[in-house]
Ligand binder design. Structure first.
Ligand code: AMP
Length: 249
């Protein structure tokens, strides 16, 4: 079985986001970019399924600017076999990404697609669900466990207040949640080997799908700064302030 893992290049999770002065978006100049953390988990899961003999090939795919190649190389260093970069200088919204991924699925015919549950830049949490709908495939969203037997996957899903176990007929789309696994660090020899693995570059326009944006960003703003707290001397003072100043008791 071939597994397709879409990986997005996003602002590194350690970076403190700066909003552009004119409020049109987030400042990306000289900012460290990395693979979306949930996509690292998705790649790790695919690599584990390959190590377990369930998967035979892992293809990573990214839609974005030329530098998204680096994100793909990270995926290759973690253990993916091949990469596809679909170049687009303009950001592509989840619906556009899902349409492009559908076209890649039609070409590549994977038995499973594992996406991250959400990209930490726009926090959309839409692409996996839209892709499964466009393909007419089942979906295992928010997966914290995936086991494959024949053409059926048993998936543990993280839901409010607990875990849900479902079986899904393959091919299907999975979306990786935080507790699915702990991704490995790529070793130096594997980073070197990844430089020689195949990476195909295509243009988004080659796929002939409509990826025009449907959304217009009206404004972007920093969250309001939190006011400094105070220290109280006693529980009695705390209760007094909660009652008489904050009026929450
Ligand atoms: P989102 O729906 O934007 O929160 O993204 C969910 C998941 O879809 C991500 O974790 C990625 O696996 C995939 N994805 C979203 N955008 C892209 C992109 N531009 N290139 C590759 N994969 C993407």
């Amino acid at each position: 079985m071939k597994i397709l893992v879409p990986v997005k290049r996003v602002v590194d999770y350690n970076v403190k986001i700066r909003v552009k002065a004119d409020g049109t978006g987030v400042d990306l100049a000289n900012v460290k970019m990395s693979m979306n953390p949930f996509d690292e988990i998705a790649v790790e899961e695919a690599v584990r399924l390959k190590e377990a003999g369930v998967a035979s090939e892992i293809v990573v795919v990214s839609i974005g600017v030329q530098q998204a190649q680096e994100t793909l190389r990270t995926g290759l260093a973690m253990g993916a076999d091949r990469a596809i970069l679909i170049k687009s200088d303009a950001p592509v919204e989840p619906l556009g990404v899902a349409k492009l991924l559908k076209a890649v699925v039609e070409e590549e015919q994977p038995g499973m697609v594992i996406v991250g549950k959400q990209a930490i830049d726009d926090d959309a949490n839409q692409t996996g669900q839209m892709l499964s709908a466009l393909l007419g495939w089942g979906q295992g969203a928010f997966a914290s466990g995936i086991k494959v037997e024949g053409d059926v996957a048993s998936v543990t899903r993280e839901i409010d207040g607990g875990l849900q176990n479902v079986t899904i007929k393959l091919p299907a789309v999975m979306t990786a949640d935080l507790r699915l696994n702990e991704p490995r660090y790529a070793s130096l020899p594997n980073i070197m080997k990844a430089k020689k693995k195949p990476l195909d570059t295509k243009e988004a326009a080659d796929y002939g799908v409509d990826i025009a944006p449907r959304l217009e960003v009206l404004s972007t703003a920093e969250p309001e700064a939190r006011k400094a707290g105070i220290k109280v001397e006693s529980v009695a003072e705390l209760v007094d302030k909660l009652k008489n100043e904050a009026s929450v008791l």
